[in-house]
Design a protein around this ligand. Structure first.
Ligand SMILES: Nc1nc2c(c(=O)[nH]1)N[C@H]1C(S)=C(S)[C@@H](COP(=O)(O)OP(=O)(O)OC[C@H]3O[C@@H](n4cnc5c(=O)[nH]c(N)nc54)[C@H](O)[C@@H]3O)O[C@H]1N2
Ligand SMILES: Nc1nc2c(c(=O)[nH]1)N[C@H]1C(S)=C(S)[C@@H](COP(=O)(O)OP(=O)(O)OC[C@H]3O[C@@H](n4cnc5c(=O)[nH]c(N)nc54)[C@H](O)[C@@H]3O)O[C@H]1N2
Ligand SMILES: [Mo]
Length: 774
């Protein structure tokens, strides 16, 4: 046994500062929907929006959403359509994201005086989020029970003092979540590097890092190689480990257009997600009234983490039976490693492929035939691919499949890792990365006349371990909810607790404000929807979407409180107090930040003029534009990976932690998962009927979930069993309730992403379950 348990008292249950682990008393389970979108999407979105924002804010904010002169939707990173935009360019979950930010509810100093930190920690994430927007800087002194108001200057002074008191700049951690604008991100990484460290972990480390690593090694780029126009030309689109109906709803209109012109859409997923079955476009009359468009033409219910086996099977069948679809000209001119790759596939056994993937050889051969008959193919993927021990291998197998048919760098084809947070891609472009390239550091140093640190910094898991081992003492987060998003909640909690100071720059109250270092600060900031007025007038910020388009975002709503500051202004405040630099010029006019971005980061020349053009501008992309592969030998790489082996003991299951339809990561919009037919509660575990019977459980029963890793057990209490169409041996639960079960030391090889989609668990009947109320 490792020391994990003793760290939190050998307790099998979880300490009370984590989300209350009580049974949802009123939970209801029905049948999953046959389609997505339609009238319910509109009514649910508008009802939720009007309830939180009122009618006039709802109308003015939703009409502004994703318009060229409006603000970028904080919901996801799916690109906006070129040309004509519908006046109502929003989706249900985008509307919920906006309502959550533009709510009229407020968390004031009086609220904090009334509720102690300990009392707030007893509340659910849902309740915390619904309290509304943070309004003024708050401080939790050493030993304090309640947050108290603090001035901005005193808060910055405290940060500067604590940072400058460290023995080394590497003892501080600077986290970023993916909503941060390019301008704030650029200043933040500059501040951190001038301070002297590359300790810049971000949400990408838990998200698409495996895509970046896998693609960089094989294609020489970490970014997707398609644009929206390619979706109009593809003969076949694979959607692997992604649930766009919930997480990227605007992608469904793109898929709908493709389906209508006969494109084959193949979904590879342990769950047949409703969003991919049939879609009713909420902005079309027929979409509201009719039966909708069928989307996925084929569905493969792969076992959790069976993708390497399945993808190898598809490629093996293509080589064996569809030699005509192999693009030998492309392979000869642009790639490396083909012979070794073919030898490996020839040696792979169909028995192992079928056993690991859970898909029969005959079915795999059918899909291979579909792909072989497609002249152009796009592969889309998300968290079902990137959060496994062998996630980088998953990504590289997708690349192999694309390379085999020459599906990169030509119209209608390419790799499409679908990003999560709306500016997570831009933040990386701006230098939020713990492993920056030397070229980037040299450019930055030359522009700002300093020598940036070159040693790599901490990623998320390294940062948690460093704080846990008291090698890092100050934690600063530009957005996000680190405690709840990170793996192994109890371990991460202990890590944060040991810090001298934790600082959260946030819009809304969350659990990371309640589990703090010796001292803590909450610094409330403006959100995307709000007007950002500085000395030089109203400011615009920029973001980069999942397909490398950089564009402006203009908020129009009045700020939630007069005391809010913009993220760039908060970064400048911290930099002044810590380094003595005066960045007031940058803050007066963000154009001056963009001028510097243009001089440091390739592809951003003339940025100020180009972001003001309608729709923004596209960053150059060697693979997409010129079949240029920036790998070590200038060629795209075929790679070879064994089928992963994982031994489940009797009674054990493989669990994935996924998102419901009513949440944005750790922000819980509501307690329903409409498309999956679950309402009024989130503590559920989805299981195959045969596994439920085989283990002697029954539907609706209360169980505790125990995870098993390297001899350590972790426990989450009080979940209801729900019978669901999921492959045998697999289980699904919601993130973040089950993050307590994700081991801190279980990370993907190569990318170090926590393995949130492959957690080995067993179930135990819950003893005396406590009943909770929504
Ligand atoms: N409304 C809303 N929008 C969001 C978010 C949100 O929480 N709410 N989050 C944003 C963020 S940060 C991100 S990263 C994206 C996340 O978007 P997704 O990746 O779609 O999110 P998940 O719910 O994690 O879904 C993973 C999907 O992968 C499947 N899956 C799990 N394991 C496997 C596997 O081993 N193989 C295969 N083939 N499939 C598997 C699951 O069944 C599920 O359908 O969405 C972004 N957009
Ligand atoms: N088990 C499990 N764990 C996971 C995942 C999983 O699938 N399973 N997914 C992982 C993924 S893909 C991701 S991306 C991470 C997400 O990790 P994070 O990005 O850290 O988490 P979020 O829940 O998106 O952060 C929500 C908080 O951000 C703040 N916020 C919102 N808007 C703004 C803004 O404009 N500015 C600022 N400063 N703050 C703002 C609000 O205070 C809100 O409470 O979680 C990861 N964790
Ligand atoms: Mo993400």
């Amino acid at each position: 046994m490792s020391d994990h348990k003793s760290d939190y008292g050998g307790n099998h249950g979880n300490p009370s500062f984590l989300s209350p682990e009580v049974l949802d008393a009123a939970i209801r389970v029905g049948t999953p929907s046959a389609s997505s979108g339609g009238l319910p999407a509109v009514t649910v979105a508008l009802t939720m929006a009007i309830k939180q924002m009122g009618v006039s804010r709802t109308m003015s904010s939703l009409l502004d959403l994703n318009q060229e002169a409006g603000f970028d939707c904080p919901g996801c990173a799916w690109p906006d359509p070129d040309g004509e935009r519908s006046r109502f360019e929003f989706c249900e979950n985008g509307a919920k994201a906006v309502a959550e930010e533009a709510t009229r509810e407020r968390v004031t100093a009086a609220f904090f005086a009334e509720h102690s930190v300990a009392a707030l920690a007893e509340r659910s994430d849902y309740w915390l989020g619904k309290r509304g927007r943070l309004t003024e800087p708050m401080y939790l002194p050493k030993g304090g029970t309640h947050y108290q108001p603090i001035t901005w200057d005193a808060a910055f002074d405290l940060i500067g003092r604590e940072l400058n008191a460290l023995a080394s700049p590497h003892e501080a951690v600077f986290y970023t979540s993916g909503r941060t604008s390019n301008e704030a991100a650029f200043l933040y990484q500059l501040f951190v590097r001038q301070f002297g460290t590359n300790n810049l972990p971000d949400c990408s480390n838990m998200c698409h890092e495996s895509s970046g690593v896998g693609m960089l090694e094989t294609l020489g780029t970490g970014k997707g190689s398609v644009s929206l126009a390619d979706f109009e030309l593809a003969d076949c689109i694979l959607v692997i480990g992604q649930n766009p109906g919930t997480n990227h709803p605007r992608m469904l209109s793109t898929l709908q257009r493709a389906a209508r012109r006969g494109c084959r859409i193949v979904s590879i997923n342990p769950l047949e997600e409703s969003g991919l079955k049939r879609f009713k476009h909420p902005q079309e009359v027929t979409g509201v009234l009719g039966s909708g468009t069928a989307l996925a033409t084929d569905y493969l219910p792969v076992r959790i983490n069976g993708d390497v086996a399945l993808l190898k099977g598809i490629q093996k069948a293509m080589i064996e039976s569809h030699a005509e679809c192999i693009d030998h000209a492309f392979i000869g001119e642009y790639t490396d490693g083909f012979v070794r790759y073919c030898d490996d596939l020839a040696a792979e056994s169909w028995g192992a492929i079928a056993a690991s993937s859970g898909i029969a050889e005959s079915r795999i051969r059918e899909i291979a035939a579909v792909i072989a008959s497609s002249k152009t193919m796009i592969c889309c993927w998300a968290m079902g691919v990137t959060q496994h021990q062998n996630a980088v291998a998953n990504v590289k197998e997708i690349v192999n499949l694309l390379l085999l048919g020459g599906h990169v760098g030509k119209p209608g084809a390419g790799a499409c890792p679908v990003r999560g947070h709306s500016n997570v891609q831009g933040d990386r472009t701006m230098g939020i990365w713990e492993r920056p390239t030397q070229t980037f550091l040299d450019q930055l140093g030359a522009e700002f006349d300093f020598t940036p640190p070159s040693a790599h910094g901490f990623d998320v898991v390294h940062a948690i371990e460093a704080m846990h081992q008291r090698r890092a003492h100050v934690f600063i987060a530009l957005g996000g909810n680190f405690l709840s998003a990170a793996p192994d909640t109890a371990y991460t909690a202990q890590a944060l607790r040991q810090c001298r100071l934790t600082v959260q720059v946030s819009t809304k109250l969350n659990r990371s404000h309640l589990l703090t270092g010796e001292r803590a600060l909450i610094l409330p900031c403006l959100g995307r929807t709000e007007r950002d007025l500085q000395a030089g007038g109203a400011q615009v910020v920029t973001v980069e979407n999942s397909m490398g388009i950089v564009h402006g975002s203009h908020g129009h709503l009045a700020p939630a409180s007069e005391q809010l500051r913009s993220e760039p202004a908060i970064v400048a405040g911290m930099a002044r107090a810590t380094l003595g630099v005066d960045w007031s010029g940058f803050i007066a006019d963000y154009d001056t930040i963009r001028d510097r971005i243009a001089r440091v980061i390739p592809g951003f020349d003339n940025m100020n003029a180009r972001v003001r053009e309608p729709g923004g501008f596209a960053l150059p992309h060697g693979v997409r534009d010129r079949r240029e592969f920036a790998t070590t030998n200038g060629r795209a790489q075929f790679t070879v990976h064994p089928i992963p082996q994982w031994a489940l003991e009797s009674g054990q299951l493989m669990m994935m932690t996924i998102r419901s339809h009513d949440q944005f990561n750790t922000t819980i919009y509501g307690l329903d998962d409409r498309y999956r037919g679950i309402s009024n509660g989130r503590r559920v575990v989805l299981l195959n009927a045969d596994d439920i019977a085989a283990q002697g459980f029954s539907e609706g029963e209360a169980v505790d979930i125990v995870s098993h890793f390297r001899g350590v057990q972790r426990r989450a209490q009080n979940f209801r069993i729900v019978t669901y169409a999921i492959p045998r041996g697999c289980a699904a639960t919601y993130f973040p309730e089950t993050n307590v079960l994700v081991p801190i030391d279980s990370v993907a090889a190569g990318s170090r992403t926590p393995t949130s989609k492959s957690v080995i668990i067993s179930l135990e009947r819950a003893l005396e379950p406590a009943l909770g109320h929504a």
